[in-house]
Write a protein that binds this ligand. Sequence first.
Ligand SMILES: NC(=O)c1ccc[n+]([C@@H]2O[C@H](COP(=O)([O-])OP(=O)(O)OC[C@H]3O[C@@H](n4cnc5c(N)ncnc54)[C@H](OP(=O)(O)O)[C@@H]3O)[C@@H](O)[C@H]2O)c1
Length: 202
Amino acid sequence: MLIRTHVGVSLDGFMATPAGLPTWDLMPTFGAGSHGYAELMEQCGAVIVGRTSFDQGFEDWLKGWPWPGKPVYVLTSRPLPETAAEMGVVASQGGPVGIVAQVRASGLEKDVQLLGGPSTVRAFLEAGALDRLGMVVLPVLLGTGIPLFATEPTAFSQEAWTASLAAPAATNPRSRLVLEHQQAFPDGAIHLVYRPESRRDR
Ligand SMILES: NC(=O)c1ccc[n+]([C@@H]2O[C@H](COP(=O)([O-])OP(=O)(O)OC[C@H]3O[C@@H](n4cnc5c(N)ncnc54)[C@H](OP(=O)(O)O)[C@@H]3O)[C@@H](O)[C@H]2O)c1
C-alpha cells in the first residue's frame, strides 16, 4: 500500500491561482481520467483528501461521486458534515501518520491517492508518510498563487559562497528523490513520479 499524490502544478510551481482555482482547471485538455489520472485510479483503492480541498469539492462531488466503492478519508481536526458521513467519508484520527495507520488497519492492499493542497502534501512529506510524489507539470505560468512548496528566496552573497567552499553544506536526505516514471502529453504537460529516497515499498 503506497501513498501517492497526483498534483497538477504550473511550470512556476503553483497548485492554484490566488483565488484558489486548482491549476488543473486552466488546462482545456484537463478532464475525467486525463493526464494519467485514470491509471492512478486503477492502482488506488482509497483516497485521502485534505480538509480544505474536501470542503471545496464536496458539493460538486455529490452530483456524481468520483470514487464509487472506494473509502474516502479526510485529513482534518474538525467534525465532517453529516452528509459526508452518509457517503461513508471518514474523518482522520490524528495527522498524516495517524490517518495512514487508519487506512492500513482497514486491510487495504491497493494504493491510496493523496488528494490535497500544499498543506497536506507537505505535511505528509515532512512526516515521512508520502511514498510517491506524483505531479503533472502543466505548461502555464501563473506568476502568483498557492505554491506547492513554500520557498524563501535568498540573494547571492559572496561570504556565504566562500564559506560553502570551505565547508560544503550538509544535504538533507529527506529531500533526495528518485525518478520512477516520466511521460510527456501532447498538450505539453509532463507527468513525473518521484520516490523519496528514504521510502521503501511495502
Ligand atoms: N493542483 C492540484 O493538484 C490541487 C489539488 C488539491 C487542491 N488544490 C488546491 O489547493 C488549495 C488548498 O490547499 P490547502 O493546502 O489550503 O488545503 P488542503 O491541503 O486541502 O487542506 C488543509 C487542511 O487539512 C487539515 N489538516 C489536518 N492535519 C493536517 C496536517 N498535519 N497538516 C496539514 N493539514 C492538516 C487542516 O484542516 P483542519 O482545519 O480541519 O484541521 C488543514 O487546514 C485549493 O486552492 C485547492 O484548489 C490543488
